[in-house]
Design a protein around this ligand. Structure first.
Ligand code: PLP
Length: 397
């Protein structure tokens, strides 16, 4: 391009293939463009109540739910400060960048952190959780924290096996599960799996803007809350229960609820929750088929090494030695207007991520995969050409 030529502006929609925030369906965008109403208005309360009921159905819980104006970090913090006291120990089930970040938050809040260490390509073993808890004879561990779907590594952890490990150790610790990149994309069953506090956010499977998060809270956790002594105000569940909405300290973000009402309608009525999970599984299979094909010629490969833990909402892809993932992402974005997720923490430059969650269909996945293959060709990244054909074959099955 000559110095006098203007920079080329891409036409058409940007393909947004990050693993969250995700694409927002047009009808959800429109529903959220609602004029302000009084959050105590009976018409709004009706919408609000229906949304809370719907969120509980998606979490598969009949227990309590508390909401915050804040991203997923807010709900992480809220469940720690509402359940624990200074010096309590939390047991972090290591899976990757997000389990590490939750651990760091716990430490910053004055909690002792013990980690069930794991290789990020495999994630922790439930047997190691059981062993750690069996060794904790004084019951210093008050909560076990697990990230259901580790967005940084593309790995889904077996929450029900972690529950079984806690029970097998005969340990009273609470089970806290982060569902930020699983809820509304992968099956999550809060009550059936014995989760005491779940952490969810608006911007991934629920297909909303970023900025609202929540905790599902079991009856056992509500008892623990009464004894907790970590400082809290905005996040205090007791304060919330005294308010008319039984949630939110302060102004209720009304527009989120008009958008959530529509997103719940799409998830539950138009598609059906179980069909949403099946679609994510199908699209994820196509992405994995493409990556496994590309790996043939010393090309990029799946970061997750445990097929039983492959995530159906995000795939992390490890670059071949000597090739930088961010250079490839730069080609995809600047030349072809496709936004891919980057590697987080120590995986920066080594890994790129394709989000396949939320409002997504086959042509969108194939468009993204074609562009990744195109970008690899342009950037000279070794790979076995034909990954997109492998994805097509997987989808046609
Ligand atoms: N947990 C997981 C699994 C995530 O993927 C994220 C963000 O992507 C978070 C927690 C943090 O959420 P937020 O960025 O909304 O604060």
């Amino acid at each position: 391009m000559s110095a006098t030529q203007p920079a080329r502006k891409p036409r058409g929609r940007q393909f947004f293939a990050n693993p969250g925030p995700t694409n927002i369906p047009d009808s959800v965008l429109l529903a959220g463009a609602h004029q302000t109403v009084d959050f105590n208005d009976p018409n709004f309360i009706e919408v609000y109540t229906a949304c809370i009921d719907g969120l509980k159905r998606v979490l598969k819980t009949t227990q309590n739910i508390f909401l915050y104006t804040g991203s997923g970090h807010a709900a992480w913090e809220a469940c720690l400060v509402n359940l624990l006291s200074p010096g309590d120990t939390v047991l972090i089930v290591e899976s990757g960048y997000f389990s590490e970040s939750w651990a760091k938050m716990a430490g910053d809040l004055g909690l002792e952190v013990q980690t069930v260490a794991a290789d990020w390509r495999r994630g922790a073993d439930p047997a190691a959780v059981q062993a750690a808890l069996a060794a904790d004879r004084d019951h210093r561990v008050k909560a076990v924290c697990v990230v259901h779907n580790e967005t940084a590594t593309g790995m889904t952890l077996p929450v029900q096996e972690i529950r079984a490990a806690i029970d097998a150790a005969g340990h009273p610790a609470l089970l806290l599960a982060d569902t930020i990149s699983s809820l509304g994309s992968l099956d999550f069953r809060m009550d059936e799996w014995g989760v005491d506090a779940s952490v969810g956010g608006s911007q991934k499977g629920l297909m909303l803007h970023t900025g609202m998060s929540f905790n599902g809270v079991s009856a056992k956790a509500m008892e623990a809350h009464k004894a907790s002594r970590l400082p809290k105000h905005y996040f205090n569940w007791t304060n919330m229960l005294a308010r008319p909405h039984k949630s939110f300290v302060g102004t209720v973000p009304v527009s989120f609820f008009y958008a959530l009402q529509e997103s719940l309608r799409l998830i539950e009525q138009e598609e059906g929750l179980e069909n949403v999970f099946a679609r994510h599984h199908r699209l994820a299979g196509a992405v994995r088929a493409a990556v496994q094909h590309w790996s043939g010629n010393n090309g990029p490969q799946l970061f997750c090494l445990n097929p039983a833990r492959y995530s159906d909402s995000v795939t992390a892809i490890l670059m071949p030695e000597g090739f930088n993932a961010d250079d490839l992402r730069g080609v995809a974005l600047k030349r072809f207007n496709v936004s891919l997720g980057g590697g987080l923490g120590p995986l920066g430059g080594k890994v790129f991520r394709i989000g396949h969650l939320g409002d997504l269909n086959e042509p969108m996945i194939l468009g993204t995969l074609s562009t990744v293959e195109l970008a690899m060709r342009v950037a000279g990244v070794p790979h076995a050409p034909g990954g997109v054909d492998a994805a097509i074959a997987a989808l046609a099955e």
